[in-house]
Design a protein around this ligand. Sequence first.
Ligand SMILES: O=C(O)c1cc(=O)[nH]c(=O)n1[C@@H]1O[C@H](COP(=O)(O)O)[C@@H](O)[C@H]1O
Length: 243
Amino acid sequence: MSLTREQAAGRIMVALDYPDAASAEALVSSLEGIPCYMKVGMQLYYAAGPGFVKSLKERGYKVFLDLKMHDIPNTVKGGANSITKLGVDVFNVHAAGGVDMMKAAMEGVDAALAADSSLQRPLVIAVTQLTSTSMKVLNEEIGISGSVQDAVVRYAQLTKQAGLGGVVASPQEVELIKAACGDDFQTITPGIRPAGADVNDQTRIMTPRQAIEAGTDYMVIGRPITAAADPRAALQSIIEELI
Ligand SMILES: O=C(O)c1cc(=O)[nH]c(=O)n1[C@@H]1O[C@H](COP(=O)(O)O)[C@@H](O)[C@H]1O
């Protein structure tokens, strides 16, 4: 796999896990000119709201809005409708909500697009098993038997059945997901740690290079960039690893 610098940057989603718009803004400014995705998760969204998402879009960024919706179908449909109106490129729900809930998310998207043809269709993806979840936690705490891989593939198949475009999983499961759901089914993988980086609370990890070689479509990377003394240099060194 050989990627240009621009292609490599376009496969990276930087997790803006910050408590307020000003701190997130400082990080975004430090990465200016690098065509990566920006991921807005619940910490930043609950503090800075849709205004921050819109400001990223106005500056030309592709945005992944990571709010991991998991509720009754009617509520998720409404949430997906509102998110689509924000003009984000990617958003997610939890596959654990089941096929009807995921189908409802797609209905919410369709209704928004039918009402306003200027909107773009977002890629809707489902979280399988969180990358912080180990087999021990899955089996002994949550009470799901079998391997994490089995649980992830099952969720990926349900996600595909519901008509979504891909899943969030660990890069360790990408090959199994592609084998079960096809090459076009998108894999978005957090749990990325450059060699020697702090693992933090992640369990199922790979390096950026390993993840790309495993066939991941997009990598979500937070602290290895945001907690670095020089975030721009950290992102550039990850890009170098991928080209
Ligand atoms: O949906 C996600 O983005 C997500 C799913 C998952 O299973 N694991 C996971 O870490 N994430 C997100 O990916 C980012 C990973 O951040 P770092 O661990 O700092 O690289 C965080 O913003 C998480 O919320």
